[in-house]
Ligand binder design. Sequence first.
Ligand code: ATP
Ligand code: MG
Length: 286
Amino acid sequence: MENIIRIAVQKSGRLSEDSLSLIKECGIKFYNGTGKLKSTSTNFPIEFLFLRDDDIPGYVSDGVADLGIVGENELVEKDKEVQVLKKLGFSKCRLSLAIPKGEDYPGINYFDGKNIATSYPKILGDYLKSKNIKAEIHEISGSVEIAPSIGLAEGICDIVSSGSTLMMNGLKEVEQIFKSEAVLISNKYLPEEKRAIVDKLLFRMNAVQTGKSNKYVLLNAPNKSLDKIISLIPGMRSPTILPLAQEGWSSVHSVLSEDQFWENIEELRAAGAEGILVVPIEKMVL
Ligand code: ATP
Ligand code: MG
């Protein structure tokens, strides 16, 4: 079928919730009951495949799915030919090397001649090669953290986000080798009709992302400081200024990034701004 696109998302795990909320925030409705492996949207030409994340890069490069949402770690490890359309900003984590807590760590040479357990033999292999380290890579598919304590390996290379799993297993992080977040990937050879639907989806995703990184700010200010305040929160084209019922005061409305807001808050207050409200933006099209 040419007039519908198929997207592969993780069935359940650390990517699925954020992947599905992003799609919902794009105004796309669908049903995903537990155990359902396929679903079609009722208001957008898109069909969902719910899969294990390991399989997503392969399905997209084969063309079984047109799009996929997957972690960069899995994507680079699987080494499939796909196009990365967009970084999505969630499921952020890193791949790190870790060793038992009590060991001295003089530097990456520590790993020369050692055994390292990992589920990411390709990323680790490339990294060690770039550092000229010769180590034995022991591929295991899960519970990598346990390897040193059962004598399977001297070190591990695994996903870390807070580091608490490492700590619980008596390990310490010694090198960060890869940073990852979720990305939207696409098949490289999409026909024109599908490309057009993908562009529509991307347009919506961009509006959601831009909206999230900006805030709608409303504040009251004495008219004499309006020039100063406008220079601090210039907004998209320019702020909206509305007169308050009280003589000599105005309400100023503007859009700015949250960082920009915090950076300017002291100056805004010093300029006489008060009653400042910061409101989330659902979608924003520039
Ligand atoms: P599946 O059953 O689909 O194969 P999985 O067990 O391989 O799932 P998850 O643990 O659900 O994978 O993680 C999926 C992806 O989420 C990882 O490949 C990584 O990109 C990211 N991720 C993993 N751990 C974390 C974490 N602690 N914080 C944020 N993102 C993470
Ligand atoms: Mg997996």
